[in-house]
Design a binder for this molecule. Structure first.
Ligand SMILES: [Zn+2]
Ligand SMILES: [Zn+2]
Length: 275
């Protein structure tokens, strides 16, 4: 209960309505209360380019239904919001628009998991690739993120350096992110200019990777470039990870000069003081 004082809000979690999520919304809520979160957003996956193949319409309807049920059960205990993690909207803009029109979401997370014409780095083995091939993959990734953030119907850009956890964290190929400075600056300025939030993804803090996405210097750079809104997401796919790394993430934001953490309700930024 003591942690309630810390304004811990997890803006990025998955229930079993995501293809790779493990637990029900109810169990996520129970663990969130137990872990002392003031609230969290359920942000199940909707990969726009696999919309029909992986039945995302049904998944999103079910996710929303369960969140609304949990609103009644956990009222007064938890600020629970309904979100969606929208992947690759530019690859299937009709599906993106359709799914966003289905529900009144509190928050829309924007993600790029797959570079057009490539597979998700999760499924790609970088171990036997040259460092130059890995670097070129990352270059295409950041180009695609830049193109995607110029789209408008979202609130938060998630895990800016997503492939790094696989290329470097899992497959041991060093990524020199200074090579992409201009592109990343352009992404961060676009977010700042459009009034969007940047996520500090803390999933790497509770697994062997040990790093956030992005690393702290990019959060500080976002602030320098005029960014105001930062959110923290554990990206938990299991109830046992909900809120993982969020408290440590708040310290990182503070070190980067942010006094407030953001969460979204009805697509509006709400500020929580970092204590
Ligand atoms: Zn993601
Ligand atoms: Zn996620």
């Amino acid at each position: 209960m003591i942690f309630m004082m810390l304004n811990l809000f997890d803006s990025h979690t998955h229930s079993d309505n995501s293809p790779d999520g493990e637990h029900s919304v109810t169990f996520l809520c129970e663990k969130a209360v137990e872990n002392g979160l003031m609230g969290f957003a359920v942000t199940d996956h909707c990969e726009c380019d696999k919309y029909e193949k992986d039945s995302y319409e049904q998944r999103m309807l079910h996710s929303a239904f369960e969140v609304k049920k949990a609103w009644l059960t956990f009222a007064g205990q938890l600020a629970l919001t309904l979100g969606i993690e929208l992947g690759q909207p530019l690859n299937a803009p009709d599906s993106a628009r359709h799914v966003l029109g289905m529900e009144k979401y509190d928050v829309v997370l924007l993600s790029v998991h797959t570079v057009r014409g490539e597979e998700d780095p999760y499924f790609r083995d970088f171990k036997n690739e040259t460092e130059e091939a890995c670097a070129q993959y990352l270059e295409r990734y950041f180009d695609e993120v830049l193109e995607t953030v110029r789209w408008d119907d979202y609130d938060i850009l998630t895990h800016l350096t997503y492939p790094v956890r696989y290329i470097e964290g899992r497959d041991g190929k060093k990524c020199d992110l200074s090579r992409y400075k201009t592109r990343i600056d352009e992404i961060l300025s676009t977010l700042a200019r459009q009034g969007k939030a940047l996520e500090l993804n803390t999933s790497g803090l509770y697994d062997s990777f040990g790093r956030t996405s992005p690393d702290a210097p990019f959060i500080a750079r976002f602030r320098e470039l005029g960014g105001r809104y930062v959110t923290i997401g554990s990206d938990a796919h299991s109830a046992y990870d909900i809120g993982g790394g969020v408290e440590k993430g708040m310290r990182i934001l503070q070190q980067c000069g942010f006094d407030y953490l953001t969460f979204y309700r009805r697509r509006e930024a709400r500020m929580l003081e970092i204590m």
